[in-house]
Design a protein around this ligand. Structure first.
Ligand code: SAH
Length: 261
């Protein structure tokens, strides 16, 4: 029986581009005996693990149910108590809409050593990939990150968001895009407020749609934008480097990118 207690690294892998990993993440991956990986993580990170490192995928795909959180936390505890060094890798930053806090608390309560490695959160990295700064002295003095998960319910204070004048960045906003647009418009946001929707930001198959808030639902539908996508509302969207979007093309890059892993 191995009496050495293991450890968990809670790692953010950034928005997708492999080169946006931190040096610390690369070091932690290299130490790991087991890797628990979420769906949005670039599988190419596997090149930084030891050959014998075991991989456990815990993400949901194509509308399938995700691995229950209790199972993930139980697995992390179990592996660490068996003496393994565990890398728990999430997309973006583990503490931004990533349940990192929950996992940290569960591990700490079990007396397990845990270290957090920040990643570049999609809310900053993805707009940056198309030239949008989330704050800018000319356009916006602040930014608010919002999960759009419950946008269709009345849990979001639309009026407060509009009144703040800040850049609004919605995660998980695609399925609720209509509710976001309606919520903001009804709260007094002008229909021509620049709005960007970015799919697969920082990756070779990145796509960008820009329109006024009042027209964004139609524009996104027409362009057949899919998840993962980020929604940015605010004057900073004017900074975007807009390339002409060609008609829908097969995701060649994404396919080859997956195969290499
Ligand atoms: N912890 C992550 C967020 C997880 S929530 C982070 O800090 O980035 C997942 C949401 O993030 C997606 O629904 C999408 O809105 C956004 N997202 C993540 N990666 C993205 C990417 N490459 N392009 C666009 N949006 C992305």
């Amino acid at each position: 029986m191995n009496m050495r207690k293991g450890k968990v690294w809670l790692i953010g892998a950034g928005p997708g581009d492999l080169e946006l990993l931190t040096l610390k993440a690369v070091r932690a991956l290299g130490e790991a005996d087991v890797l628990l990986m979420d769906e949005l993580v670039n599988p190419l990170i596997l090149r930084f693990t030891k050959p014998e490192c075991r991989l456990i995928s815990v993400g949901k795909r194509g509308g399938c149910r995700s691995t229950p959180q209790a199972f993930i936390e139980g697995k992390l505890k179990q592996l660490a108590l068996q003496g393994f060094t565990v890398a728990r890798v999430k997309g973006g930053d583990p503490f931004v809409f990533g349940r990192g806090g929950e996992e940290l608390r569960a591990l700490q309560e079990a007396g397990i050593a845990v270290e957090v490695v920040n990643g570049i959160t999609a809310g900053i990295g993805v707009p940056a990939a198309v030239g949008i700064p989330v704050t800018d002295r000319e356009f916006s003095r602040g930014v608010t990150f919002i999960t759009a998960h419950e946008a269709a319910t009345d849990s979001i204070q639309w009026q407060a968001l509009v009144k703040s004048g800040m850049t609004l960045v919605f995660y998980m906003g695609l399925t609720n895009l209509r509710a976001i647009a309606e919520g903001l418009l009804q709260a007094g946001c002008p229909a021509d407020k620049p709005t960007a929707v970015i799919q697969n930001g920082t990756l070779p198959n990145q796509r960008l749609v820009i329109d006024g808030l009042g027209a964004i639902v139609q524009a996104v539908k027409k362009a057949e934008i899919k998840s993962p996508a980020l929604v940015v509302v605010g004057e900073v969207v004017r900074c975007a480097q807009v390339e002409k979007m060609s008609d829908k093309q097969p995701n060649v890059e994404q396919d080859s990118f997956r195969r290499q892993a």
